[in-house]
Design a binder for this molecule. Sequence first.
Ligand code: DC
Length: 217
Amino acid sequence: MSHISIAIDGPAAAGKSTIAKRVAKKLEYLYIDTGAMYRAVTLYVLEHGDDIIKDIGSHIHITFGINDEVYLNDKDVSAEIRSPEVTNNVSRVAAIGEVRTYLVDMQREISKTASVVMDGRDIGTTVLPDAEVKIFMQASPKVRAERRLLEETARGNDIDLETLTAEIIRRDEIDSTREISPLVQADDAVLLDTSHLSIEEAEAEIIQLVEDKLEVQ
Ligand code: DC
């Protein structure tokens, strides 16, 4: 049987990675966090300057560990890529054409090697337009900021709800209005609003969609 792809797109903190990880585990598919790849590139660019972007492939090597750790040139950067500095710069770096071409190629190659659950902003529209199941995950800005606050507090970052709300809105604005593959719902994606869903409920909805789709194939 050929490989199956599940694309999960949506704005920041809609619950994509938490739910995508669980769905991947349940289906025994590979989980690919494409936001982490853009974050790893951003970390490298912040350390080495924008000049490396024109020859990005010779500078950057990104891999994932078995527990979804992110390695940048063989160094575990899973914590560093979540720093406020990376978060505040990632939308700018992710809007650069060379960066997108490089990462989209890599994401497509991975999807050829295994069944995947891939989350991001442009998976259903650009990276895997033929994905068997496409989800567009949404949640209200208030719910998303509250979720991010819990995550940041757990990481020991001292940040308030107002700052986080502003950061999420700013990032969504840049991600949705950029020229190259902006964040938009694919025509054939199913909209899943997680504002009032538990993690288990959202996971169950996606598993059901996958089962329905695979049954009719
Ligand atoms: O999912 P995240 O918050 O870790 O993503 C970080 C940034 O990366 C996000 O603001 C936009 C960008 N991104 C993107 O442009 N395309 C993707 N497929 C995934 C993320």
